[in-house]
Design a protein around this ligand. Structure first.
Ligand code: SF4
Ligand code: SF4
Length: 71
């Protein structure tokens, strides 16, 4: 699994900052942004994209379909 790479895209317009993806990521590579956007939301950012194993759990759990995982 280690050699599997993915490109994670988070749509800031859809993200509502519920943090479900942060909790579910087995590699703990997602985190809350320190910046508050125009909608008053702290979106999720990808901290260490190189550690992503492309499991897709974050995309599956997101209630707003804000995450795209492209292996
Ligand atoms: S699960 Fe979706 S809506 Fe919730 S914080 Fe993550 S990207 Fe944003
Ligand atoms: S695909 Fe898996 S490892 Fe990569 S960010 Fe999402 S939950 Fe984490």
């Amino acid at each position: 699994m280690k050699d599997k790479k993915a490109k994670i895209t988070i749509d800031a317009k859809r993200c509502k900052g519920c943090m479900l993806c942060v909790q579910v990521c087995p590699k703990k590579i997602l985190e809350k942004s320190e910046k508050v956007n125009k909608r008053g939301i702290q979106c999720v950012i990808v901290k260490t994209p190189e550690d992503c194993i492309a499991c897709g759990l974050c995309a599956v759990i997101c209630p707003d379909c804000a995450i795209e995982v492209n292996p």
